[in-house]
Ligand binder design. Sequence first.
Ligand SMILES: Cc1cc2nc3c(=O)[nH]c(=O)nc-3n(C[C@H](O)[C@H](O)[C@H](O)COP(=O)(O)O)c2cc1C
Length: 206
Amino acid sequence: MNNQIYDVIHRRRDVRAQFTGAPIPDEVLHQILSAAHAAPSVGLSQPWDFIVVRDAAIREAFHEHVQYERAAFTATLETSAAQRFARIKVDGVLESTLSIVVTYDPDRGGPAVLGRHAIADTGLYSACLAIQNLWLAATAEHLGVGWVSFYREPFLADLLAIPAGVRPLAWLCLGPVTRIETAPDLERHGWQHRRPLQTVLHHDRW
Ligand SMILES: Cc1cc2nc3c(=O)[nH]c(=O)nc-3n(C[C@H](O)[C@H](O)[C@H](O)COP(=O)(O)O)c2cc1C
């Protein structure tokens, strides 16, 4: 049995703090994007697009917006949670080499998307599978990925001139890292813990 896929799956982490900013070779970036684009999709709709963001001004504007949303989230927290959250970094927008914004176009592959008639969200599921492929491929290339969702969709759509109706699903920071941690940051900071498989496993009925 080839265990490499399991190794990559278990090594994958969300990275915020360890980006070096070193360059990513073009062929490596192409491999990672090709892996994302090879994801399964409902009705073979391939509803994703990838925006590679290198522009410093765009990244700074996004980072400022993330700080604003971070403050908005902090305002919803009790004092002790706010103190714990203050120690947690939620993005590496400025430190990572580049970012990839993944979008979802519900009109792609239409009007009759095979398999989506009863569950509209299957389109979104498909785009998320592309993100997971990207994340695993980057891990296999020993690069870090950090998913940033501290943003309002209209802000990011406007910042990147995303067409109306297309949703920005994820801002992914990408690049070489000093190391990849073995435990999730949120676990290391006592915010959340991973649940054992047995607690989410059911047989025959819930
Ligand atoms: C949909 C989604 C949104 C996320 N948004 C953020 C975010 O805004 N900032 C952040 O630091 N991590 C974000 N994460 C990363 C999660 O916190 C991380 O995946 C989780 O704590 C488990 O850690 P691991 O990915 O290292 O296993 C996000 C992950 C997902 C799947």
